[in-house]
Design a protein around this ligand. Structure first.
Ligand code: DOR
Ligand code: ZN
Length: 346
């Protein structure tokens, strides 16, 4: 590694939305170019709730990759009020399902079929604990009376704290954390509690949603927070604490669905993910901590081996495209038209 060239163990994305059908075929290579593996989110329509659906989804992803592509999709199941603990056992035995996702019903995009009360899934959580499979949590309460900027903090206080006491052995990843309270919670929690950090929450605070007018391409869930929270996330990312690792939450939506009177939540970062994480660590003078965060800690938490290959990045200015194909439509990538400081090279 020099100041201008980075070579790291091939990274993994532990939180990714690739959709399905033509849209998936447009975006999957953006991830496969950079990452060895990715945890594939199950919030399709209809959601991926069974081992059989996950197997089909996995095959469609593998079919979309050119021969010889070094990329493994790590599949997940979507929990509902009716998930059967036997399905969790079958998922564990499948060998290709690596986690299950808890969406509180109504918390975010395609979460309507999610869990309405955590108590409904206690038998499922018991089974997850027993087999050692991680529970991935979208940690926001859905009560409309709770301010949208407080939903993560209130989730930690009212749902997550009691949950880890009830199921002390359960492996939990708090996905895409956005607050200093979440950082603090994860730091002080036992070993089996970890968190993913997106690149957009590391780069932006909530002002970015309103710079010169409303910016729908900066709207995601959990929503961006104050600068003091971004600072706490950044410190966690560069701390070298293995409880914090990379999960982009890259979530492509067609341009018209974002630029609308009721725009969808989700930011498409997959196209430039590693370049932007490198920029974050570089600006914080912490490039020596990048590899742990991107390529070691997540794999260790999931009980996966390190990827065999490497990824190289070069310090080079280039312009992020204004838009990219998404099936028959277009997606506006994060920082479209802006300059990027690092470039993935072959
Ligand atoms: O911003 C988001 N978009 N947050 C989520 O939790 C879901 C995601 C999506 O699927 O679009
Ligand atoms: Zn997500």
């Amino acid at each position: 590694m020099t100041d201008n060239l980075l070579q790291i163990i091939r990274p993994d994305d532990f939180h990714l939305h690739v959709r399905d059908g033509k849209a998936m075929r447009s975006v999957i290579l953006d991830t496969a170019r950079q990452f060895g593996r990715a945890i594939i989110m199950p919030n399709l329509v209809p959601p991926v709730t069974s081992v059989q659906q996950a197997a089909r989804y996995r095959h469609s992803i593998l079919d979309a990759l050119p021969d010889g592509t070094d990329f493994t999709p790590l599949m997940t199941l979507y929990l509902t009020d009716r998930t059967d603990p036997d399905e969790i056992v079958a998922a564990h035995e499948s060998g290709f399902i690596h986690a299950v996702k808890l969406y509180p019903a109504g918390a975010t995009t395609h979460s309507d079929a999610g869990v309405t009360d955590i108590k409904h899934i206690y038998p499922v959580l018991e089974t997850l604990s027993k087999v050692g499979m991680p529970l991935l949590i979208h940690g926001e309460v859905t009560d409309p009376a709770v301010d949208v900027f407080d939903r993560e903090r209130v989730f930690i206080e009212t749902i997550l704290s009691p949950l880890i006491n009830q199921f002390p052995d359960l492996k939990i990843v708090m996905e895409h954390i956005t607050t200093k309270e979440a950082v603090q919670f994860v730091v002080t929690a036992p070993e089996n509690i970890a968190a993913t950090l997106t690149v957009h929450h590391l780069l932006m605070n909530r002002n970015a949603i309103f710079t010169g007018g409303i910016r729908p391409h900066h709207y995601c869930l959990p929503v961006l927070k104050r600068e003091e929270h971004r600072q706490a996330l950044l410190e966690a990312a560069i701390s070298g604490n293995p409880k914090f690792f990379l999960g982009t939450d890259s979530a492509p939506h067609p341009q018209h669905a974002k630029e609308s009177a009721c725009g969808c939540a989700g930011i498409y970062t997959a196209h430039t993910a590693m370049e932007l994480y490198a920029e974050v660590f570089d600006q914080a003078h912490a490039l020596d901590r990048l590899e742990g965060f991107t390529s070691l800690f997540g794999a260790r938490f999931y009980g996966l081996p390190q990827n065999p290959g490497t990824l190289r990045l070069k310090r080079e200015r280039w312009t992020i495209p204004e838009s990219l194909p998404l099936g028959t439509e277009r997606v506006i990538p994060f920082r479209a038209g802006d300059t990027c400081q690092w470039k993935v090279i072959p």
